[in-house]
Ligand binder design. Sequence first.
Ligand SMILES: [Zn+2]
Ligand SMILES: [Zn+2]
Length: 113
Amino acid sequence: MSPRMVTPVEIGSVVEPVLRIVWSDGHHSVYGWRSLRLHCPCAACKGEWTVRRHLDPASVPENVRALRIERVGAYALRPVWTDGHSTGIYTFPNLRHEICECDECTARRAAGG
Ligand SMILES: [Zn+2]
Ligand SMILES: [Zn+2]
């Protein structure tokens, strides 16, 4: 297993104001529900990788949140959203390294790294 393939050791409850995930590498991630929804990686939201498009934020309710979060095999999570969407499969590396919104990752991204 690659050292970058981290796994969640703790997944926060969907009733909390934000989603929290504690990773096997000790990192504590936090995600706003709506921004997590806007990052949905499925083909309907993001397009195929050859034809990238962006999900229109206006189409996502302000108060969207996950009803539940299902594990997909040993590599991803699939949230079932209150807006009825549930085809987005968020891989662990994507969640951990690309869309984490903790202070550390937000600062690193703002610095261009
Ligand atoms: Zn989607
Ligand atoms: Zn982070």
